[in-house]
Every structure is written in structure tokens, then in C-alpha cells.
Design a protein around this ligand. Structure first.
Ligand code: NAD
Length: 249
């Protein structure tokens, strides 16, 4: 059966205390994957792990700041994974003329350096075990196009798409596939309120499907990239955006 192979596998999901990261962790756990949820504050994950366990899943939590390679190394010492979902990310929202260096560094360190640091640590473990693996980087349609006040975010996500290709090239020989998933606007707790505002409603009108996506609408692409169903896919990016990238210019 499709996706059957991921049963009994292990997965690390970064930024898993809420939003899409928690959704991906719950999805993988529901299919039998042993999931490790990572976040900067381990305690924030206790409820999530308990809820996954109550539904019959296997979940554990680790504390990790993806911008800090020492924190990543300490959190991952002695651990290995078959699947890595690089989901941790932040946006920032400043005009380029006002954007200060600290915000630029925060966004690039989290969204781009963080993907590299965690991928490298996990891929070393995958190589040591010799079983290969699958890495899915959560990029964004803003890695392909731009929007106002999001220069650092757009640059970081474009970097993630290019990093995905570079890592796919180098790690194919280790049996490690590296792909990117580029969501469009997906409704989560942090943006729900914005999308009821006039600016938010205006934005929805520019999506060809005239609506936001639901986290579950990312499931097919995520599972394709994480499982043997995507065994010949590496270095790719899949957009799931209601047609937003093909909106009329
Ligand atoms: P979110 O803010 O709910 O989730 C981001 C998670 O990353 C949070 O749990 C946060 O604690 C964690 N995080 C931030 N900095 C971290 C760090 N230094 N170390 C470890 N964890 C850290 O947002 P979301 O909407 O669920 O976004 C998840 C991913 O999807 C992000 O990479 C985001 O850029 C991407 N994305 C989201 C949308 C959307 O519409 N929701 C669209 C495109 C891309």
C-alpha cells in the first residue's frame, strides 16, 4: 500500500510545538512513524507528545535551537533518523529600508542556516547507519516569488530551495533524498486572525482558488517526499498553493 514503508521508521520534525510542524508530527505518527518533536522549549512539546501517545502513536521531545549548531549537536548526540522534516521557520515583516541587521540574521539563521545545520547533523547519522533517508525542507512559494516587507524571508526560502538541490546532489550517493515542499498560504493559529482582516481578505482574492489552504492539504506532498512513493524524486520542490504561483501578472 502507498506510504506503507514509512511505518516503523523514525522521524525528526523541527519547530514542532505548533502550526505545521505539529501537524506533520501527528500525521507521521498516525502512520506508525516514531516521531521526535524538536523545539526551543522542550516543555512546550509535552502536551503534543502526550496527545500523540493517547492516539496510539510513538512520540518523544527534544530541545533544540536550530540556529545554534552546539544545541543541535547536543540534542542529536547518539540519535539517528530515517526522515527529517526541516520545518522551523520565522518570517519577520519589515520594509527593506528599515530592516535591521539583527532581524536579517534572525530570519536567515533560522530559515537557511538552521536547515543546513540540522540536515548535516542528521545526514551524518544516516550515512553512518547506511540505510539512506529522506529530508523534506519546508520552504515557501516566497522562495520563488516576492511580496512586500518580506525580503529576508523570501531570500531565506529561495536559499532553502537552492540548498535542497545542492544537498540532493551530494547525498544521492548515500541514498539520502533531499526535497523541498513550498506551501502557499496555509491557515494556522498564527495567521488565522490576519486572514480575517481587509489586507488578509484581499490577499486571498489573489489566490486562483480564492481560499487558504488547510494543513491537511500538504499531507500528500509531504508523504510523497518522505516515503518510498518518492524514491526517484530528489532535488525537487513541490508547490502546494492553490495556484498562487501561477496567478496572473
Ligand atoms: P509557526 O510559527 O506556527 O511554526 C514555526 C515553528 O518554528 C514554531 O514552532 C517555532 O517555535 C519554531 N522555531 C522558530 N525558530 C526556531 C529555532 N530557532 N529553533 C527551533 N524552532 C524554531 O509557523 P507555521 O506556519 O507552522 O510555519 C512552519 C513552516 O512552514 C515555516 O518554515 C514557514 O516558513 C513555512 N511556511 C508556512 C506557511 C503558512 O502559510 N503557514 C506558508 C509557507 C511556508
Amino acid at each position: 500500500m502507498l506510504f506503507e514503508d514509512i511505518k516503523e521508521k523514525t522521524a525528526l520534525i523541527t519547530g514542532a510545538s505548533g502550526g505545521l510542524g505539529l501537524h506533520f508530527a501527528e500525521l507521521l505518527a498516525s502512520l506508525g512513524v516514531s516521531v521526535t518533536l524538536a523545539a526551543r522549549r522542550g516543555a512546550a512539546l509535552d502536551d503534543a507528545c502526550a496527545s500523540i501517545a493517547a492516539s496510539g502513536g510513538k512520540a518523544s521531545a527534544i530541545q533544540m535551537d536550530v540556529t545554534d549548531s552546539a544545541s543541535v549537536a547536543a540534542a542529536l548526540a547518539g540519535k539517528s533518523f530515517d526522515i527529517l522534516i526541516n520545518n522551523a521557520g520565522i518570517s519577520g515583516a519589515s520594509r527593506a529600508l528599515d530592516l535591521d541587521e539583527a532581524e536579517w540574521d534572525r530570519v536567515l539563521d533560522t530559515n537557511l542556516k538552521g536547515v543546513f545545520v540540522v540536515s548535516q547533523a542528521v545526514a551524518r547519522g544516516m550515512k553512518a547507519l547506511g540505510r539512506g533517508g529522506a529530508i523534506v525542507n519546508i520552504a515557501s512559494i516566497l522562495g520563488h516569488r516576492v511580496a512586500g516587507n518580506l525580503s529576508a524571508y523570501a531570500a531565506s526560502k529561495a536559499g532553502v530551495i537552492q540548498l535542497t538541490k545542492a544537498l540532493a546532489l551530494e547525498w544521492a550517493r548515500e541514498g539520502i533524498r533531499v526535497n523541498a515542499l513550498c506551501p502557499g498560504y496555509i491557515e494556522t493559529d498564527i495567521n488565522r486572525e490576519f486572514f480575517t482582516s481587509p489586507a488578509g481578505l484581499d490577499l486571498i482574492k489573489r489566490v486562483p482558488q480564492r481560499r487558504l489552504g488547510h494543513p491537511r492539504e500538504l499531507d500528500g506532498a509531504l508523504l510523497l517526499l518522505a516515503s518510498a512513493a518518492g524514491s526517484y524524486i530528489t532535488g525537487s520542490s513541490i508547490e502546494v498553493d492553490g495556484g498562487h504561483l501561477v496567478s496572473s501578472l
